[in-house]
Design a protein around this ligand. Structure first.
Ligand code: UDP
Ligand code: MG
Length: 137
């Protein structure tokens, strides 16, 4: 049993597909064990994406991630980290496999609807970034 962190990004919330995204998780046996809706400050987004601080897209990405509310979800399941990444599809929707969330809904490489932890190390940073142990069930 593994845990991973997903975020329905501001574009997903604006497109009114919170339910659609969560349905896809549940249909693939990823269980929602923690969830909240918040709006990140620019500083929150910078800290969350600190691994990308030297990347050219860091400033634009953290503006985007703080421009509206997001839904933050902890998912649990066998191989949850890899299975969430498979459901999401490639970062750039132009390269994302058909039927993935990003292929179906993302507008471009930045506005790509969902986040998912990319490794156990990332999940170990990202889950406690947003959730206390009392908020994970
Ligand atoms: N991103 C971007 N331009 C790029 C690569 C990434 O705007 O060339 C954004 C995009 O929103 C992506 C996020 O930065 O989801 C984090 O990038 P990462 O490489 O970690 O992609 P992910 O793990 O989300 O697929
Ligand atoms: Mg990533």
């Amino acid at each position: 049993m593994e845990k991973t962190l997903s975020i329905i990004k501001p574009d997903g919330v604006k497109k009114n597909i919170i339910g659609e995204v969560i349905k896809r998780f549940e249909q693939k046996d990823l269980k929602v064990v923690g969830m909240k809706m918040i709006q990140l400050s620019k500083e929150d987004a910078q800290n969350f994406y600190i691994v990308h601080k030297e990347r050219p897209f860091y400033s634009s990405l953290t503006d985007f991630m703080s421009e509206g509310p997001v839904v933050i979800i902890v998912l649990a399941g066998e191989k949850a980290i890899m299975r969430l990444r498979d459901l999401m599809g490639a970062t750039n929707p132009k390269s994302a496999a058909p039927g993935t969330i990003r292929a179906d809904f993302a507008s471009d490489v930045e506005h790509n609807i969902v986040h998912g932890s990319d490794s156990a190390e990332s999940a170990a940073y990202e889950i406690p970034f947003f959730f206390s142990s009392l908020e994970i069930h």
